[in-house]
Each structure stands twice: as C-alpha cells, then as structure tokens.
Design a binder for this molecule. Structure first.
Ligand SMILES: Nc1ncnc2c1ncn2[C@@H]1O[C@H](COP(=O)(O)OP(=O)(O)O)[C@@H](O)[C@H]1O
Ligand SMILES: C[C@@](O)(CCOP(=O)(O)O)CC(=O)O
Ligand SMILES: [Mg+2]
Length: 425
C-alpha cells in the first residue's frame, strides 16, 4: 500500500526528458524556417505506477504545482466514448478532436483547484489525452517532477509531454528497451535505458500531439530535441543531428517574467497576417542565420580555428567596424556565432516577442562584450548568453553577479546531452 493509500502493483517505470535551448530560429521555425536547438542537462521526470485492486483511478501528481488530481474510471467513462480508443496504435497517432478536447477540459476543470496555475489546464488535458490513447483505462498513478523552470522558454512543455509519453509507452510495454547499464553522465547509479530510434520516433509523434494541446501551433522542434537529444537542425518537421567539436558554453538567465508560449506564437502569426511580405523577409533572414549557424558548428576543423587576441583597434580615432572585440581570445567561429546571435535577437524584437527584461539582459551582457538572445517563445522567460571558450570563470562570475544585481537568476547547464531515457525501477 503506497503512502497515499493506493494499491500499487510491481510495475513502476520512470522516464526523463531534457529541456532545451533554441540557439536560433524560434518562432520563424513555426513558419517554415530552419532552427537549431540543443538539449540541456535539466530534466522532467515522469514516474508511473500501475494500480491494482479496487483503485480504479487515474491519479496525476504534480509536486511543482502542489497539485494532486484523481479521476475514478467511471467518471471518465461517463464523459467519453472510449470505444474508438483501442484502435489507436502508435502508427495511428492522431490529433485530439475538438469534441474530445472539450470533454477532457471538462474533466480537468472538475478536478483542478480554482487557484491552480492558469496554464496548467493544458498540461493536464495533454496528460489525459496521452494516457487514454496509449494506456486506455489501465488504473495508474503518474508523478511528474521537473528541474526546469516552467513557462520560461526551456521547453518544459515538451519535456513534460516526452517524459509522460515515454513512461506510458514503457508501462504499456510498447518500447524495446536496450539495456544501458552503468551510471548516466551525471554519475548517479540510476540505470537509464536508451531507447532505439524506432521507438524514439513513436515517442516524438505522441509528444508532438501533446505539444499541440499546450502550444496550439507548435513547430515540433521542442519535442524533437527533447526526444532525440544532442543538437538538432530542424525545418518543417525534418531533423538532422549536428555533430560539432566546437565547445558551446552559455549562460542562461531567467527573467522570471511569466508568459504563455501559445499566445506568443499566436501573436507572431497575427503579425505575419498583417504584414505578410515584411514578416516573410524576417523569417527568411532567420532561416539564413540558422543555415550559417549549422555550417559554423559543422566547420569547426582545427585549421579554421584562428585564436584571436584582439584588442580594440582604432582607425583615425574611431572603432574599426562593428567587430570590435575585447581582450578575450575568440575563435573565428565564435565571433561569427556571436554576431548571428545578435542579429537573431534583433529579428526576434521585430517579431514583437522580446521584453524590456530581455533587452536589459542583452544590454547588460553586451557591456561585458558578450552576445545574448531570448530562447524559446520570449515575452519573458530565459535568455542565453554565449560564453567564449577562453572566458575565465572569474569573468563569468562577474557577469552573473551583474545580472543578479538586476534581480535576474543565472545558471549554466550542460548543452547537447542525451534525449529521453527510461528507467525500470
Ligand atoms: N512539470 C510539469 N507538470 C505539469 N505541466 C507542465 C510541466 N511542465 C510544463 N507543463 C505544461 O506546460 C506549460 C508551459 O509550457 P510553455 O508555455 O510552452 O512554456 P515552456 O517554455 O516552459 O515550454 C505549463 O503551463 C503546463 O501546462
Ligand atoms: C516559439 C517556438 O519556436 C518555441 C517555443 O519554445 P518554449 O515552449 O517557449 O520553450 C514555438 C515552436 O517552435 O513550437
Ligand atoms: Mg513549450
């Protein structure tokens, strides 16, 4: 008997899925442009217990929100016609219908406390949709915890959808789990099993349906990079993994300004409706930036690395061109990446998705000769700042202190790690 009085049987599976940063291309990727994203070493964990005995319940525990929800199966059956469900197999992944969506919202609203986070309804509806389509009315308890700041541009919605999908498919024994024994990158001894590409594709397709419920019109980049991990180039549903030897060090700063990806994405769409040609030109420019970023990341062969100890160079007393550098050694690739980050941030401002706090962080870090851009949907959330590979930790601490003095929260995370993994408890 569990501490909540539920009768859990032996099967307990856990999935973890990483958050992400978008190096370039957010929002434009929704309109067909190329984007580049990388998994980060912050995870959402979904743990599932199969329930037996008289506990004919679906239970969803969300400690980050201090929310505990449970639905008697009879309540779900009284609202939904589940007969169509059992034909829904992974290859038949389908989007939620309008009628189903309304009924799942009804089931959610009946359970959510009145003072619950307004954005949470979409996440709970996504959970119900994925559970009923993948595991049907098998009584379970699902507990979802996260290391990610939620609603901050680091892909928490995608990590949520990917992790619960992985746990559900594992509990449904629909994954061929390769045994990957031994410690994970962090050195902890929990046995995380790698998932093979065929199963990753199924997880990604289900998770994308969950993202559609939360985001409205997602591009699919977030769930893709959370599923497959590493660094991915993404365009119109097609992904390719970017292999690079270039060290990608960055600082993440949370503006702690709450925002809603769905409305930000809709806002850019509306602006594109009002100014089709201008916005198409902006999306094309972002597409070119992403293609350049890809070629820089992939071009990082030794001979192209020219260490620069560049000091301010002046011509007739004026700073020479915009590429004035400070005394930190930078490779040619780093200089180009920084410039592309600066251009991308300018284009995101043109899309209307920056925010005074984001601009303040960009301004503050530029005083340290560092380039920053919002990551994710913007409107608040997180900002990434590229850190030259030779920047000393003392200098990084100075930047962090500077930003903290403005009330922002800074952190660094591992970039480009593995995607979703499953652990058999
Ligand atoms: N750990 C979680 N538990 C429950 N819901 C979550 C969790 N993480 C994300 N979500 C859902 O995703 C929404 C945030 O998604 P979104 O607005 O896209 O921001 P983000 O930039 O973090 O992806 C939340 O409002 C909630 O509905
Ligand atoms: C704005 C967008 O490009 C990324 C959204 O990222 P996030 O949900 O804010 O972490 C939307 C999308 O690609 O689906
Ligand atoms: Mg999201």
């Amino acid at each position: 008997m569990g501490d909540d009085g539920l009768q859990a049987c032996g099967v307990v599976m856990e999935a973890r899925a990483p958050g992400k940063v978008i190096l370039c291309g957010e929002h434009a990727v929704v309109h067909g442009a190329t984007a580049v994203a990388a998994a980060i070493g912050l995870y959402t964990h979904a743990r599932i217990h199969l329930l037996t005995g008289e506990d004919n319940l679906l239970v969803l525990d969300l400690p980050p929100f201090q929310v505990h929800l449970s639905w008697p199966l009879s309540q779900i059956q009284s609202v939904l016609d589940l007969s169509s469900l059992h034909k829904a197999y992974p290859q038949d992944v389908q989007s939620i219908s309008e009628s189903w969506s309304a009924k799942l919202k009804q089931l959610t609203d009946e359970q959510l406390p009145a003072d619950a986070d307004k954005g949470l309804q979409a996440g709970v509806v996504a959970y119900l949709f994925l559970h009923l389509y993948i595991l049907g009315l098998q009584p379970t308890k699902m507990t979802v915890t996260s290391e990610l700041p939620i609603g901050s541009g680091l892909g928490s919605s995608a990590a949520f959808c990917v992790s619960i999908t992985g746990a559900l498919l594992a509990a449904a024994q629909q994954l061929d789990l390769h045994r990957h024994l031994g410690p994970t990158e962090e050195g902890d001894m929990q046995r995380w099993l790698d998932v093979d590409d065929k199963d990753l594709d199924i997880i990604n397709r289900w998770a994308f349906e969950g993202e559609k419920i939360i985001h409205g019109r997602p591009s699919g980049i977030d769930n893709t990079v959370s599923t497959f991990g590493y660094i991915v180039k993404f365009r119109q549903g097609q992904l390719s993994r970017i292999q690079t030897t270039m060290p990608l060090n960055m600082l993440l700063t949370n503006t702690k300004v709450g925002r809603d990806t769905k409305s930000l994405v809709a806002g850019v769409g509306a602006r594109a409706q009002r100014h089709p040609k201008s916005m198409a030109a902006i999306f094309d420019a972002v597409d070119s930036i992403s293609e350049e970023v890809v070629s820089i990341l992939q071009s990082n062969s030794e001979e192209s690395r020219i260490e620069h100890n560049i000091v301010e160079s002046k011509k007739d007393g004026h700073a020479q061109s915009e590429l004035v550098h400070n005394t930190v050694s930078r490779s040619v690739e780093e200089i180009k990446l920084e410039e592309l980050v600066q251009i991308n941030q300018g284009l995101l401002q043109s899309m209307g998705v920056s925010h005074p706090c984001i601009d303040a962080i960009c301004c503050r870090t530029s005083k340290h000769k560092l380039q920053s851009k919002l990551t994710g949907a913007g409107g608040g959330g997180c900002v990434l700042t590229l850190l030259p590979h030779c920047l000393k930790s003392k200098a990084i601490e100075e930047v962090k202190a500077d930003l903290a003095a403005e009330g922002f929260e800074c952190f660094q995370a591992h970039i480009g790690g593995k995607g979703v993994q499953i652990s058999k408890k």
